[in-house]
Design a protein around this ligand. Structure first.
Ligand code: COA
Ligand code: NAP
Length: 266
């Protein structure tokens, strides 16, 4: 983890719940929030991934708890969020990072394949927001959902993920409108291609990486740390009047549309 530009201890006294917190960007965010002083709860389906990330957080002096569950089950998720709030004495931050994705042409994608991604990304994010509401509303809080540039840029082989992330960005604005009066800010971060992640391993098969990087205006993939900085900003007092926003962290890649991905269609 690289050093943050935000002051250490920024989030002391806060508790955060991170879906998808066992790996990749979600794990990076959980570690970063913990390093800033927040107690963190990690949720994902595979307990061993959560436990590994929690052990890393604890080894660095942080506090972490694991909640193995599937975001598609409202009951499992609500139980986990309630338990985390109880254990930490409240909940002020929710991060939605759990997602599923793969490359698939729309013409051969099965209805169940489309539905699975919508249910994990969009319904899972709603489930978490809905279950967290009563806790966040107690002292005021902040939600950040991790979306993707596919939400706004038509992208080949990504009809399922694009629709799901577009839904999350719309939901972000709707919830910001309804929940502002409850002291809850609701924002999203839309990363472009991020290095060393499962997401890019799935979207950029070997051989296309160099070509993709050259077409990003900043000529490189982003880092998990760079996504963490944006998330830290949004949950911090620096963003006290920011709600309903989607912050792009994409090196400018959305400025050129789907160009970098068109070659995946062959
Ligand atoms: N191409 C086309 N369809 C695919 C696919 C692929 N690569 N991978 C899965 N599917 C389809 C399956 O065929 C199935 O549809 P069917 O019943 O009509 O055959 C449907 O998606 C559900 O697959 P299943 O494996 O049962 O789903 P799951 O709920 O166990 O897993 C996934 C969800 C498919 C998204 C899985 O890849 C996953 O768990 N991903 C999490 C990690 C991840 O994607 N990280 C990157 C985040 S950006
Ligand atoms: P990742 O490591 O695979 O992260 C996804 C996490 O979600 C995993 O820890 C996974 O754990 C969890 N998850 C998946 N399905 C779940 C379910 N049904 N219930 C609970 N947890 C579930 O991939 P990543 O690339 O870091 O992606 C993280 C986020 O960033 C995603 O929202 C992704 O869309 C977004 N994003 C990534 C990129 C990129 O370049 N990587 C770009 C833009 C946006 P389990 O399998 O154990 O459940």
């Amino acid at each position: 983890m690289s050093e943050s530009v935000f002051r250490p201890g920024l989030l002391i006294g806060k508790a955060a719940f991170v879906t998808g917190g066992g790996s990749g960007i979600g794990a990076g965010i959980a570690k970063r929030l913990a390093a800033q002083g927040a107690k963190v709860a990690l949720l994902g389906r595979k307990a061993e991934k959560l436990e590994k990330t929690a052990a890393e957080i604890e080894a660095a002096g942080g506090v972490a708890r694991c909640f193995p569950a599937d975001v598609r089950s409202y009951e499992e998720l609500a139980k986990a969020i309630d338990a985390a709030a109880e254990a930490f004495g409240g909940l002020q931050i929710l991060i939605n990072s759990a997602a599923g994705n793969f490359l698939a042409p729309a013409a051969s994608l099965s209805a169940n394949g489309f539905r699975s991604v919508i249910e994990i990304d969009l319904c899972g994010s709603f489930n978490a927001c809905r279950a967290a509401f009563q806790h966040l509303a107690k002292q005021g809080g902040s939600i950040v959902s991790i979306t993707a540039t596919q939400a706004t840029i038509p992208t080949p082989l990504q009809v399922h993920a694009g629709a799901a992330k577009a839904g999350i960005e719309k939901m972000t604005r709707d919830l910001a409108l309804e929940w502002g009066r409850s002291g809850i800010r609701v924002n999203a971060v839309a990363p472009g291609p991020i290095a060393d992640t499962e997401g890019m391993a799935r979207l950029a098969p070997p051989g296309v990486e160099d070509g993709l990087k050259k077409r990003v205006p900043m000529q490189r993939y982003g880092t998990i740390d760079e996504v963490c900085e944006a998330v830290t900003y949004l949950v911090s007092p620096a963003a006290a009047y920011v709600t309903g926003a989607t912050l792009l962290v994409d090196g400018g890649s959305s400025l050129i549309g789907a160009g970098p991905f068109l070659e995946l269609m062959g």
